[in-house]
Design a protein around this ligand. Structure first.
Ligand code: DPM
Length: 321
């Protein structure tokens, strides 16, 4: 009698419903399908808390995992098998039972200046006094205030199209957005200037996708290995370890930059006060195989230089509301 083997299970990929999340998820689905043509991958969408409260400033919500919690519950309840996140939205500590299964190849991690038409002949350092810049990122706000105290900053929420609409309508003179998000949505033409690291260090994990799965799902972990980009992963492990050590959530003025040359990893980190008055910044270099320890050591160095006081003041401010 012939043995009957059951067909391999369908892999259910969870995603937020935003346009950017879906583009990213379908890309991951396509990559997995390419590597494993005999397996079946399907996409399940879910709304997250962060998608539902669009009118509140992100920094005031102060909730880690704003965009990830529902997907994580989905994995723990066995409704989905993996979740695709923008790595920068994935908290550095994951719920018990879940792991970061892989990190995909990073796009340009820089922040982008997007301007209203009337400023099209300007760069970040030539925008006139009082220019209104839209951002809800404390990290972008703090660094730009530090360099350009004459600029004015205003909160902005909503998806990319909503934000660009507000810019074009004249509610803002400029926006700061991630280069990677604009590129993935086919809006590279809106990138007026990619901000150099001297002006703005990007968020931890920015430009990379992080795929989360159940820690004991050896099948999925094996599939994810095929689409892992090791150099990106090494850089991001250093960045995430740095942020974890500083106990920073995703809404803190902490920025990073990493470079990988051969096996040598260089990590720069910054902690800035929201008013742009205080900045603590340093760089560490070492073996890429030691990525996580480099992140920890850099965090400790910044602590000694005053980063903790800056962060404590911000956490107290958030608590007060
Ligand atoms: C996080 C921040 C922002 C997002 C904070 C920061 C930007 C918030 C804002 C942690 N997540 O960067 O300091 O400007 O109001 C987000 C974007 C992307 C992933 C959009 C963006 C796309 C880029 C990527 C929102 N999450 O940063 O413009 O995948 O890295």
């Amino acid at each position: 009698m012939a043995t009957v083997t059951s067909p391999p299970r369908t892999i259910r990929i969870g995603s937020r419903k935003s346009q950017l999340a879906l583009v990213q998820t379908y890309w991951v689905q396509e990559q997995l399908q390419k590597h494993f043509p005999d397996r079946h991958f399907e996409v399940e969408t879910m709304s997250t808390h962060g998608d539902k409260i669009l009118d509140v400033a992100l920094s005031k919500i102060g909730d880690k995992g704003l965009f990830t919690k529902e997907l994580e519950l989905g994995m723990l309840n066995n409704e989905i098998d993996l979740a695709v996140h923008s790595l920068k939205d994935l908290p550095t500590r994951l719920p018990e039972g879940l792991v970061l299964g892989c990190v995909t190849e990073r796009e340009d991690p820089a922040d982008a200046l997007v301007v209203h038409e009337k400023h099209k002949d300007k760069q970040i350092d030539t925008l006139p006094e009082g220019t209104v810049i839209g951002t809800s990122s404390l990290r972008r706000l703090a660094q730009l205030r530090y360099h350009f105290p004459h600029l004015t900053f205003k909160d902005v929420r909503g998806n990319l199209n909503t934000r660009l609409g507000k810019l074009d309508a004249g509610e803002y003179d400029a926006l700061i957005l991630a280069v990677a998000g604009l590129q993935r949505l086919g809006m590279s033409d809106r990138i007026h200037q990619a901000l150099p690291p001297e002006v703005s260090l990007h968020a931890v994990g920015q430009g990379a996708l992080g795929i989360e799965c159940r820690a004991d799902d050896t099948d999925v972990l094996e599939l994810l290995k095929a689409i892992e980009h090791v150099p990106t992963a090494e850089r991001c492990y250093a960045e995430r370890s740095f942020l974890r050590r500083l106990e920073g959530g995703c809404q803190v003025p902490i920025g990073v930059n990493t470079k990988l040359e051969g096996d040598t990893l260089t990590l720069t980190g910054i902690v800035a006060s929201v008013d742009g008055q205080k900045v603590v910044k340093d760089t560490i270099t070492g073996e890429a195989s030691n990525a996580e320890n480099l992140g920890i050591e850099l965090a400790e160095r910044l602590r000694q230089q005053g980063a903790q006081e800056i962060l404590d003041a911000i956490f107290a401010e958030i608590q007060r509301g």
